[in-house]
Design a protein. Structure first.
Lengths: 287, 333
């Protein structure tokens, strides 16, 4: 029972971490909270549903198509909105991304209807891991999360683009002086972050089954809790915070009551902030 | 800073403009339909928490998204007192301001240690925790079912009095409450404490270095903003006569945020204009119900780039240019 709760929590936590890490890189580079982040998670789930249900593709084929669709979507939004947020105040950035969130959420409702759609895909046969039966899809989510986080750590620490990302997050004016194309870095980071949210959406949809236009809202809010707990800008911290949140949620749902599950993220957030105002893994208090 | 004159007196044109707008608002029910009045009542419901947000964000520089949490606490307090004790409106209203303020004080202990993004997240957390309490403390709040048939506001000193029930009467009640709230905000930001809050917004370290404890003033701003939100909750609950945990829905928080930031944060008139414009816009878009929120989202995003300082900024600079073309102080931008 307990082991089951832990594995469930780890898988759900991996989903949270995968969405949140996209938000944290965007926050780090752009300095803006992306209130529309959960909407890309929703867009990912819907794009895959459309590919499977309407185009008759397999789940396997729907994943790259989803990434492509959401990539194009976020290229357009990144170009029209996010690039301009570099030199806009923090508050104005919230309103702008809030507007994007309303736009995407309600466009999805307009196109796909206000009711739940049933997602039919994924690999749901159980497999045996450490003496426990787990759906293959859950194992896949966990493994993909590990791979993505490894790749992200490498990207940010070692690659040239990662250096540019870190430079932009530290000082935009210096980047202009040194010839780093700030707008390009912002755009690519944004697309990277949103496609990670979309990847998470398409991977989670076989488990949550029901998909609907407003499904991103709760994910956005939980991502806020995860990135602050992890210490903003810390990639490894985000993963740990996501796991902690996922495990706490499944424990609370089982032992305290299902109705308290959604409050766990924020109760945990307040407790972590009281103990360490800069989150688990931030070496310095960024803000 | 357009719109506010720190410390000094208001200029004559500003006073004249304010009086003119106030007169129009008082006389508006003579010409308006009941639908237009109820739209303005909704504007005023959002204006009260927006004034609180304006105080904490516009004058102290802290973005608190907990306003609708305190709004709900104020609403529940007002409703429960009226339902159990049959108290007159003024007493419900005072309680609805006090209880959220008293709740905000302990919540400020973890929150005020934080800055910027972490503070914002922490205040979002409060709304969720309050929502969870309201859903699960069934004995008090009746959980998800909420409270229904909340008494209408009774204007009287103690036992009997006049019961507000028509739209026009609600309109005047709201106008009175909003006028009081705006007067309170003006009094706060023009007091020495208000000037200190502005100093914290501009540069907290510098403000601390000239003496005084920034923590005390940030606490005061947080508690006062909760009281304003509670006032809005009280007016709201006696108007719609029901309250349930749906009041904590993030979309209401977003509306308050849009009213303040879209109207013009850090100005007295900005959120007032914002509350009228954005509520009216949301109502006007009902002609195309499916596209309503899509268009609303588009308008929000474009307005950020068109009016980065809120709708009030181009308006005040146009007025200023018309009234006193050469009166530009060193602090005008």
């Amino acid at each position: 029972m307990l082991q089951n709760l832990f594995t469930d929590g780890l898988v759900i936590g991996s989903v949270y971490a995968l969405v949140s890490v996209g938000m944290t890189v965007i926050l780090g580079v752009l300095g803006q909270i992306n209130f529309a982040h959960g909407e890309y998670y929703m867009a990912g789930a819907f794009a895959a549903w459309w590919a499977i249900d309407r185009l008759g593709l397999s789940y396997m084929a729907s994943i790259p198509l989803t990434i492509l669709i959401v990539g194009i979507l976020s290229l357009a939004i990144g170009y029209a909105v996010m690039q301009r947020l570099v030199d806009v105040s923090f508050d104005a950035g919230i309103i702008a991304t809030l507007g994007v969130s309303l736009l995407l959420q309600n466009t999805a409702t307009l196109i796909f209807g206000g009711t739940y759609q049933i997602f039919d895909g994924g690999w749901l046969e159980p497999m045996r891991v450490f003496g426990e039966d787990i759906a293959q899809q859950r194992v896949l989510i966990f493994l993909v999360t590990l791979v993505v986080f490894g790749a992200l750590e490498w990207l940010v620490r070692k690659s040239t683009f990662g250096k540019q990302m870190r430079a932009v997050s530290q000082n935009v004016e210096c980047c202009h002086v040194l010839g780093v194309d700030v707008r390009r870095v912002v755009l690519i980071t944004f697309i990277l972050g949103t496609t990670l949210a979309a990847l998470s959406g398409v991977m989670t949809a076989p488990i949550t089954i029901n998909i609907y236009g407003a499904m991103g809202e709760a994910i956005t809010l939980k991502s806020f809790a995860v990135i602050v707990m992890g210490g903003m800008g810390s990639i490894g911290g985000t993963l740990v915070a996501g796991w902690v949140l996922g495990i706490m949620e499944s424990l609370v749902a089982a032992y305290v009551g299902l109705q308290f599950r959604d409050a766990v993220a924020f109760a945990l957030l307040v407790m972590v902030l009281m103990w360490r105002p800069s989150g688990f893994f931030s070496t310095k208090a960024r803000y | 800073m357009p719109g506010i004159a720190i410390g000094g007196r208001y200029a004559a044109p500003q006073v004249a403009g304010g009086v003119l707008i106030a007169a129009c608002l008082v006389l508006f029910p003579l010409v308006a339909s009941s639908y237009q009045l109820s739209t303005l009542i909704v504007s005023m419901v959002f204006l009260l928490p927006a004034i609180g947000l304006n105080l904490i964000l516009g004058y102290t520089g802290m973005l608190s998204l907990a306003q609708m949490g305190f709004f709900g606490v104020g609403g529940y307090t007002s409703a429960l007192i009226a339902m159990h004790f049959g108290t007159p409106f003024w007493l419900n209203f005072v309680a609805a301001c006090l209880v959220p303020a008293l709740l905000a004080a302990p919540l400020a202990i973890p929150a005020l240690r934080l800055r910027h993004t972490s503070f914002v997240m922490c205040t979002i957390a409060f709304v969720f925790i309050i929502e969870s309490v309201s859903k699960n403390w069934v004995g008090l709040t009746r959980g998800d079912m909420g409270l229904s048939s909340v008494p209408r506001p009774r204007i009287g000193l103690w036992s009997d009095g006049f019961i507000v029930h028509t739209t026009v009467q609600y309109y005047y009640l709201g106008l009175l409450l909003c006028a009081l709230a705006v007067a309170a905000l003006v009094a706060i930001v023009r007091s020495p404490a208000g000037r200190y809050m502005i100093a914290i917004r501009e540069d907290e370290i510098l403000a601390a270095s000239v003496g005084g404890r920034t923590w005390h003033y940030r606490l005061a701003a947080f508690v006062l903003s909760a009281a304003f939100a509670g006032a809005g909750g009280s007016y709201y609950v006696h108007y719609v006569t029901v309250i349930s945990p749906t009041v904590f829905d993030p979309s209401y928080t977003n509306t308050v945020l849009v009213v303040v930031l879209g109207g013009g944060v850090g100005t007295i008139a900005g959120p007032i204009l914002g509350s009228v414009v954005f509520v009216a816009l949301s109502e006007a878009l009902r002609i195309a119900p499916e596209l309503r929120m899509v268009v609303y989202g588009l308008v929000l995003t474009t307005s950020v780039f068109a009016f980065p300082k809120g709708l009030i900024a181009p308006l005040t600079s146009a007025l200023r240019g018309a009234v006193q073309p050469k009166a530009r102080g060193p602090h005008d931008r």
